[in-house]
Design a protein around this ligand. Structure first.
Ligand code: SF4
Length: 362
């Protein structure tokens, strides 16, 4: 195969390069995988879209020309693209994102301290992707409430999440009562210890903090969602056992009581801009995350705080510092302030000189 004829490298549309402050990643949306790239290489890839391989090589010194050639063979071997006679052989993937549900997750805490029958008109015909029931103890009343909700709400999956271990007997009773296989999860706050029950898995519903790259997902759905929305809050609703409505499990804001609303006012509330405000805070609008190469594969449950009409920040730091590309548990890790970065209600400041010195030493 001659590079003279096939002079363009075309990345497959499902392979997306995302540049961070210090490093880049190449997301393979088909394979749920990603690989790291130096930012310089990410720039080459961007150039591949606009220029032929020989034109790119002409722009660089001998060393970098070899780097370009190596990169092309490496990417061909990894299956990230093809050599082509054309500048563009593929149509780009659509960046439209549409979810045909009222909510992707409706989380209801049980047992309730209100009369759940009063909510029938609201739950009836609600269409959700995941109906998640958070249960703290099991009795006949709770099992009846699970049954009641699962019949009223139109849902794809029913997930029962519990902070107490659900034994085999209760697991069978739940599945019998809802007449289908419920997915049952056991939540252990902050603990990674496993459960002996084979039906139970560990999930974290409360304040989950990203800990390592194994918490990321590289797929088309999360990618397109993250381009526009905050993946942790998009189309989520949580009803506490007091009846309080929240726009996400970790959200601090209360939107009134579900048992005091009619269906019409409920639908008006959940489509209001105030209720949906956090949904719209994509990672590109958030301090720190906007400079992180993982921003389109990361679901982070921290609640964004509004600084002004277009700027948002977090009160707590992520375990990953994208300015030095280090996790908290790694040698050489430094906090944001140690790196000369400020992100709080007063603003965002980045000390580039200090960061350059730190990165040279790492
Ligand atoms: S900085 Fe933001 S995008 Fe990066 S890993 Fe942390 S939460 Fe995710």
């Amino acid at each position: 195969m001659s590079l003279k004829i096939f002079n363009y490298f075309n990345l497959y549309p499902s392979c997306i390069v995302v540049k961070g402050y210090n490093k880049s990643v190449l997301m393979d949306l088909d394979e749920n995988d990603f690989s790291f790239l130096p930012n310089l290489i990410a720039d080459f890839i961007t150039e591949f879209k606009a220029s032929s391989i020989s034109k790119i090589k002409e722009r660089y010194s001998n060393d970098l020309q070899n780097e370009v050639a190596d990169l092309v063979s490496k990417f061909l071997k990894a299956g990230y693209g093809i050599l082509s006679v054309k500048k563009e052989s593929f149509l780009p993937i659509t960046q439209n994102y549409f979810i045909p549900y009222h909510f992707t997750s409706l989380i209801v805490q049980l047992p309730v301290f209100y009369n759940i029958n009063e909510t029938a008109n609201i739950f009836q015909n609600l269409v959700v992707e995941n109906l998640i029931v958070e249960v703290n103890n099991y009795n006949t009343e709770v099992l009846n409430d699970i049954k009641y909700l699962s019949r009223l709400v139109r849902h794809n999956t029913l997930k029962i999440v519990s902070s107490t271990n659900i034994d085999q007997e209760n697991s069978i009773r739940i599945n019998d009562s809802v007449l289908r296989t419920a997915e049952i999860y056991h939540v252990l706050d902050g603990s990674t210890q496993n459960t002996k029950h084979e039906n139970l898995e560990l999930i974290y519903l409360n304040s989950f903090k990203i800990k390592s790259t194994s918490d990321f997902y590289s797929n088309i759905r999360l990618y397109t969602e993250s381009l526009k929305y905050n993946s942790n809050f998009y189309k989520k609703i949580c009803i506490l056992n007091t009846g309080i409505i929240k726009n996400g499990f970790t959200s601090h804001h209360s939107f009134g009581y579900i048992n005091k609303l009619e269906k019409k006012s409920f639908l008006k509330l959940v489509s209001s801009s105030k209720f949906r405000e956090l949904e719209m805070v994509s990672k590109d609008r958030l301090d720190i995350c906007k400079h992180c190469e993982f921003r389109y594969m990361c679901v982070d449950s921290r609640v964004p705080i509004k600084r002004n009409s277009h700027e948002w920040y977090f009160e707590t730091e992520c375990n990953y510092n994208p300015y030095i590309a280090k996790w908290q548990h790694e040698v050489g890790y430094k906090t944001l302030s140690e790196c000369g970065i400020q992100s709080n209600k007063n603003g965002f400041k980045l000390n580039r000189k200090k960061l350059n010195t730190i990165n040279k030493e790492l």
